[in-house]
Design a binder for this molecule. Structure first.
Ligand code: F6P
Length: 552
C-alpha cells in the first residue's frame, strides 16, 4: 500500500489518508471513460455565476473526490478562516497584519474594522481623491509645466506595484481614454526606463511612483532617473516636478523626502499586501487610462466574487473548487506545476501576474507556526496566451511525462470581431481541452495512418509517436466578455483560490520573507562592485563573479 504523505495537521491525517487512497483509485481511471459513463458530467461538474462559467468536468475527479475534498476544507476550518479574513483579523501572523484587499472593493456602507476603526470611509476617501485627480487629468485642468494636457502616464513600480496595474491596463485596452497612453517601468535594468523615456515628451508626461514601502531599490532608482530626465529636459526647475510626479505609497515621509507634495500622494495601508494591491491607489494608472467608472466596475466585479466566496456552499463555490482541485493535484496526484492559458491576447500578462499572486503567496516551506512543512505547497505557475502556446510548449502537456493541470480562460465575445478570428480562437481553446482529455488511442492512431495510405511497416514505426495518452486535467473559465467587471471577478477568483490552498496547507499566504535575502546580499555586492580592489568576502564563485565583472 502506498505510504500516506504527512498531512498539514494531525487533525487532517484521516481525511488526508482517505484522499490518498482515493487518488490511488482515480489514477486507474481515464477521463474518456468517465465522460462515456456519465453523459451529464458537464452538468455535474460545472458552475455558473453571473457572466462566468467554470467547467471543471475535465478533471480527474468524481463525486466521491468532491465529497472528500469538501470534508478536507471543512476539517481545515476554511469557513472560519474566510470569516476571519473578511472581518479584518490579523491573519498575516508573521507581519501581525490584517488582510483586507476585500475591503478595498466593499461598498461605501460596509463596515470592516481594524483596531476598532472602520476602514471603509478611508478607502472611499482615497477613491474620491483618485476620482478628482483623474477628472482633472482627463478634462485638461491638470496640465504639465507648459500648460499642455497630459498625454502619457508612466507607472514606476515593481512586483505588486507594477504587475497588477500593468496586467489590468493591458487587458482593458478597448476601454482606454482617447489621447492617453500608459507605460510601465519596473526593471532596474536601465534599458527599461531608457527605452520608455525615449518615447516621451516631458511637457506632457505624468509619472506615478508606486511603492508600498517607497524604499524598493529598483523603483527608487528608476524614480530618480525619471526625475533627473525630467529636469534635464524641461527648464531644470524643481518647482515643475510637482505637476509631473505623483506617488502611491503607505510611507508619507519617504514620499515627501523624494520631493512629492503630500497632496499628490495617494495613500494605502499596511493591511493591503503588495500582490493584492491593484484595488487600492496602486490602481491609479488603471483609473487614469480607463477612467474611474471602469475602475469602479472592476472593483464591483471583484466584490461580486467576494460575496460568492463568502456565502456559497463549498461545492458551489468557484474559488473553493479551484483551490481544492489545486490541492488534489499537488498533494495527491503529484503535479508540480500549473499552467495559466488565457485564450485572449488582452490577458497576455495574466500568467505573469498570477505567478506573483500565487508563487509569492504559497511558495512557503514552513507552516503558520514556523515548522518545516512535510507536504507540498504552492506549485510552479506558468503560461502563455493561446493560441501561441500551442505552437510552443503544448507538445509537452500532450505527450510529455509531466502532468500539467491547466486553466483555459476564454471570453465568449470579443472586442475585435474581425472576420473569423474569434471562432478560430474559441475552436482552438475548446479543442485543446478535448484533446487533452480524450487523447488518441493506438488503435485510432493506426486507423488514421492507414487512412493516410501508410503501409504496415510505416504504421508500425509511426503509431507510438501518434498516440496521445489523454487524461490530462483542465479547467475552462468562460467570461461573457472581458469587461472591467468580469476582469475584477476573474482576478478575485484567483486570489481566493490561492487563499483556500494556503488554508489547507496551513501556511501564511500573505508574507514574502523569501524575497529578502537576495535584496540584502545585492546591497553588499553593489558596494563591492563600486569599491577598489578585489573582493574576497564571499565564497569562491561569488567572489569570482564580482571580480570578473569589476575587470570588465
Ligand atoms: O518582491 C517583494 C515585494 O515586497 C512584493 O511583495 C511587492 O509587491 C514588491 O516587492 C514591491 O514593493 P513596494 O511596493 O514596497 O515597492
Amino acid at each position: 500500500m502506498a505510504k500516506t504523505p504527512p498531512s498539514p495537521s494531525p487533525d487532517l491525517a484521516p481525511i488526508w489518508q482517505s484522499l490518498q487512497a482515493h487518488a490511488g483509485e482515480m489514477k486507474k481511471q481515464h477521463l474518456r471513460d468517465m465522460f462515456a459513463a456519465n453523459p451529464a458530467r458537464f452538468r455535474d461538474f460545472s458552475l455558473s455565476h453571473g457572466e462566468m462559467l467554470l467547467d471543471f468536468s475535465k478533471n480527474l475527479i468524481d463525486a466521491k473526490t468532491l465529497r472528500l475534498l469538501e470534508k478536507l476544507a471543512q476539517q481545515a476550518e476554511l469557513e472560519s478562516w474566510i470569516t476571519r479574513m473578511f472581518r479584518g483579523d490579523r491573519i498575516n501572523n508573521t507581519e501581525n497584519r490584517a488582510v483586507l484587499h476585500t475591503a478595498l472593493r466593499a461598498p461605501a456602507d460596509a463596515e470592516v474594522t481594524v483596531d476598532g476603526q472602520n476602514v471603509i470611509p478611508e478607502v472611499h476617501r482615497v477613491l474620491g481623491q483618485m476620482e478628482n485627480f483623474c477628472a482633472r487629468v482627463h478634462d485638461g485642468s491638470w496640465t504639465g509645466y507648459t500648460g499642455k494636457a497630459i498625454t502619457d502616464i508612466v507607472n514606476i513600480g515593481i512586483g505588486g506595484s507594477d504587475l497588477g496595474p500593468h496586467m489590468v491596463s493591458t487587458a482593458l485596452r478597448p476601454y482606454w481614454k482617447d489621447g492617453l497612453s500608459a507605460h510601465f517601468v519596473s526593471n532596474v535594468d536601465g534599458t527599461d526606463i531608457n527605452e520608455t523615456l525615449a518615447r516621451l515628451n516631458p511637457e506632457t508626461t505624468l509619472f506615478i511612483i508606486a511603492s508600498k514601502t517607497f524604499t524598493t531599490r529598483e523603483t527608487m532608482t528608476n524614480a530618480h532617473t525619471a526625475r533627473q530626465w525630467f529636469l534635464d529636459n524641461s527648464e531644470n526647475r524643481h518647482s515643475h516636478v510637482g505637476r509631473h510626479f505623483v506617488a502611491v505609497s503607505t510611507n508619507a515621509s519617504a514620499v515627501q523626502a523624494f520631493g512629492i507634495d503630500k497632496d499628490n500622494m495617494f495613500e494605502f495601508w499596511d493591511w493591503v499586501g503588495g500582490r493584492y494591491s491593484l484595488w487600492s491607489a496602486i490602481g491609479l494608472p488603471i483609473t487614469l487610462i480607463v477612467g474611474m467608472d471602469n475602475f469602479r466596475k472592476l472593483l464591483a466585479g471583484a466584490h461580486e466574487m467576494d460575496e460568492h466566496f463568502r456565502h456559497a456552499d463549498f461545492l458551489q463555490n468557484m474559488p473553493v473548487i479551484l483551490g481544492l482541485l489545486g490541492v488534489w493535484y499537488r498533494n495527491f496526484l503529484g503535479a508540480s506545476n500549473h499552467a495559466i492559458l488565457p485564450y485572449d491576447h488582452s490577458l497576455r500578462l495574466l500568467p505573469a501576474y498570477l505567478q506573483q499572486a500565487d508563487m509569492e503567496s504559497n511558495g512557503k516551506g514552513v507552516s503558520r507556526d514556523g515548522n518545516p512543512v512535510d507536504w507540498d505547497t504552492g506549485p510552479i505557475i506558468w503560461g502563455q496566451p493561446g493560441t501561441n502556446g500551442q505552437h510552443a510548449f503544448f507538445q509537452l502537456i500532450h505527450q510529455g511525462t509531466e502532468m500539467v493541470p491547466a486553466d483555459f480562460i476564454l471570453p465568449a465575445r470579443t472586442h475585435h470581431p474581425i472576420s473569423e478570428h474569434h471562432e478560430i480562437l474559441c475552436a482552438n481553446c475548446i479543442a485543446q481541452t478535448e484533446a487533452l482529455m480524450r487523447g488518441k488511442t493506438e488503435e485510432e492512431a493506426r486507423e488514421e495512418l492507414a487512412a493516410a495510405g501508410m503501409d504496415e511497416a510505416q504504421i508500425e514505426a509511426l503509431a507510438p509517436h501518434k498516440v496521445f495518452p489523454g487524461n490530462k486535467p483542465t479547467n475552462t473559465i468562460v467570461l461573457r466578455q472581458l469587461t472591467p467587471f468580469n476582469l475584477g471577478k476573474l482576478i478575485a477568483l484567483y486570489e481566493h483560490k490561492i487563499f483556500v490552498e494556503s488554508i489547507i496547507w496551513n501556511i501564511n499566504a500573505f508574507d514574502q520573507w523569501g524575497v529578502e535575502l537576495g535584496k540584502q546580499l545585492a546591497n553588499v555586492i553593489e558596494h563591492e562592485l563600486d569599491s577598489a580592489g578585489d573582493c574576497s568576502s564571499h565564497d569562491s564563485s561569488t567572489n569570482g563573479l564580482v571580480n570578473y565583472l569589476k575587470r570588465q
